[in-house]
Design a protein around this ligand. Structure first.
Ligand SMILES: *[C@@H]1O[C@H](CO)[C@@H](O)[C@H](O)[C@H]1NC(C)=O
Ligand SMILES: *[C@@H]1O[C@H](CO)[C@@H](O)[C@H](O)[C@H]1NC(C)=O
Ligand SMILES: *[C@@H]1O[C@H](CO)[C@@H](O)[C@H](O)[C@H]1NC(C)=O
Ligand SMILES: *[C@@H]1O[C@H](CO)[C@@H](O)[C@H](O)[C@H]1NC(C)=O
Ligand SMILES: *[C@@H]1O[C@H](CO)[C@@H](O)[C@H](O)[C@H]1NC(C)=O
Ligand SMILES: *[C@@H]1O[C@H](CO)[C@@H](O)[C@H](O)[C@H]1NC(C)=O
Ligand SMILES: *[C@@H]1O[C@H](CO)[C@@H](O)[C@H](O)[C@H]1NC(C)=O
Ligand SMILES: *[C@@H]1O[C@H](CO)[C@@H](O)[C@H](O)[C@H]1NC(C)=O
Ligand SMILES: CC(=O)N[C@H]1CO[C@H](CO)[C@@H](O)[C@@H]1O
Ligand SMILES: [Zn+2]
Length: 436
């Protein structure tokens, strides 16, 4: 078991849960020393490298952050782990939620091979708007935010990348920056904790950051408490690293139903799905590389043959690894030729403020198309940096509980691999002892 502190990386997680808090106010208790409008990334040699081995070294050590392992779930485990669900912080949040109003929908079961068990569910009626069953996106129960699954404007490609941030993403982010392309980036909480510089680069570059859960599991198979924790701790991790709390999230594998949506809605989160799937992550495993390239070719063709004449798309693709990011770089020149507009989801939806804090303002669709592509400082630039880093203390006081067994491997990284539906996610954990 890897139980250890990631160095210094993550911001001071203050937990000032006030009594009688409303669930949608939870984010006000997060503090972050990051100003999203003034991100400074240190001059590390890996920042423009293409080599993940080199890029990931020392990537997780913003000096202004302090990571306290006892305040976070265990990396890549269900977010109730490490006693989080018994913490005063989480208990207060849990108790603030009006659970009796939640639609009465059971926790789903997984099959032995890690799929979903639909036994006993009326898939033709799909009463719970279970996306995995029928790609339903319009909730059938009341008081639930409706999903976004396509950019409404014609000839528009909604650019989205899941499963970041990854320390090896810099060549890819450099490319997007050079091309002045902004995407919606769905970040996994465990990755944000591992590689906060990656998330900081995301906000610095003006991408639309959103929540992709803590441990990337089938959400409908998790209990209410687990669903809440998966979303909450990812919100918190993104806030710690970047200074903003997202208002959007995407379920892993698209697995969402009205129970899960209702819980997300309590945190003011709206679900973003997709209507085209590249399957890029599967290239070379369950699909051939050529088959994935064919998906891209088809989607590119749809941009010029009238398929998106009335409305646009949102395309699922990934930041996971060199292969998926190479697909992106290879195909974007054709995508931008074939489609009139290529942009992040906040912009294509005219969502000026995709974060709880109004510190970053996105352009409207019309402004973006007119060439005003940059984000601006929002109406509330004072609320972001609520805590200042202490002059010398924070960076050094990492809670060094690296497991004794591996304290000695002071310069190496430990890899933890969790298979998810045939897909392996490797989380690089660097030991506290290594970097200070
Ligand atoms: C931006 O951050 C730098 C270093 O963290 C600081 O010196 C500077 O005053 C900040 N600028 C603004 C406008 O806040
Ligand atoms: C906390 O979560 C763990 C793991 O999900 C679970 O086994 C335990 O029953 C939960 N405890 C409480 C008090 O809810
Ligand atoms: C959050 O949710 C509350 C209650 O549903 C709503 O009044 C408020 O407008 C929402 N805020 C945002 C930023 O979506
Ligand atoms: C447009 O291209 C796609 C992908 O090749 C194809 O499936 C679809 O039938 C085409 N539509 C029209 C109207 O030609
Ligand atoms: C991060 O990127 C590296 C290099 O491409 C890859 O091997 C690794 O699996 C990725 N990790 C995660 C958690 O996505
Ligand atoms: C993938 O790796 C190759 C070889 O190291 C490199 O040239 C390329 O730029 C990488 N692609 C991305 C998107 O990082
Ligand atoms: C975005 O705003 C434009 C007007 O500027 C409007 O025509 C369009 O319908 C809006 N799109 C959405 C999704 O609200
Ligand atoms: C600015 O932030 C403060 C503190 O978070 C909040 O009370 C206020 O409503 C915000 N104002 C705007 C215009 O968003
Ligand atoms: C007990 C344990 O996890 N040992 C590992 C420590 O790290 C080295 C190098 O990464 C591994 O080889 C050991 O297995
Ligand atoms: Zn994912």
């Amino acid at each position: 078991m890897y139980i250890k502190s990631i160095v210094a990386s993550i911001a001071v997680a203050q937990t000032l849960v006030s009594a009688a808090a409303k669930p949608q106010d939870y984010w006000k208790s997060f503090t972050s020393s990051t100003d999203p409008n003034n991100i400074t990334l240190p001059k590390l040699k890996q920042l423009t490298s293409n080599d993940p081995v080199a890029e990931c070294v020392n990537y997780e050590t913003p000096a202004q952050f302090k990571f306290v392992a006892s305040e976070w779930p265990t990396m890549w485990e269900t977010a109730t782990s490490n006693g989080m669900n018994k913490s005063a912080e989480f208990t207060a949040l849990y108790n603030s939620i009006p659970w009796s109003s939640m639609p009465n929908i059971p926790v789903r079961k997984a099959t032995a091979d890690g799929g979903l068990d639909f036994t006993g569910y009326d898939q033709s009626k799909d009463p719970d708007c279970w996306w995995s069953s029928s790609t339903c996106t319009k909730p059938k129960h009341p008081s639930i935010n409706e999903d976004i699954y396509q950019c409404p404007e014609p000839d528009t490609w909604g650019l989205t990348y899941d499963d970041g941030p990854n320390c090896s993403h810099n060549a890819f982010y450099d490319y997007l920056e050079q091309q002045k392309l902004k995407a919606s980036m769905f970040y996994i909480g465990s990755n944000v904790i591992n590689w906060p510089y990656g998330a900081m680069r995301g906000i610095k570059d003006g991408h639309h950051l959103a929540d992709h859960t803590w441990s990337h599991q089938l959400m409908t198979t998790l209990t209410n408490q687990e669903v809440l924790a998966e979303l909450y701790y990812t919100q918190k991790a993104i806030k710690m690293a970047t200074g903003v709390t997202p208002l959007h999230w995407r379920p892993a594998f698209g697995d969402v139903d009205d129970r899960v949506r209702w819980i997300a809605t309590q945190l003011n989160l709206t679900t973003i799905l997709w209507n085209l799937d590249t399957d890029d992550w599967a290239a070379g495993t369950s699909e051939t590389v050529a088959a994935v390239q064919k998906h891209y070719d088809d989607f590119i063709q749809m941009g010029s043959n009238g398929t998106f004449k009335q409305s646009g798309n949102i395309v699922l693709s990934h930041e996971i690894n060199n292969m998926t990011m190479d697909f992106a770089i290879k195909n974007l020149p054709q995508i931008t030729k074939s489609y009139k507009n290529v942009m992040d989801v906040a912009t294509c939806m005219n969502i000026s403020y995709p974060y709880q804090e109004h510190t970053v303002k996105f352009p409207s669709f019309a402004d973006y198309v007119a060439g005003n592509k940059g984000n601006t400082v929002g109406s509330n630039s004072t609320s972001s940096s609520s805590s200042s880093s202490s002059p010398s203390g924070n960076a050094k006081s990492s809670s060094g509980s690296a497991s004794a067994a591996n304290q000695s491997s002071s310069t190496s990284a430990g890899f933890k691999t969790v298979p998810v539906n045939g897909l392996a996610f490797a989380a690089v954990l660097t030991f506290a002892a290594a970097l200070l």
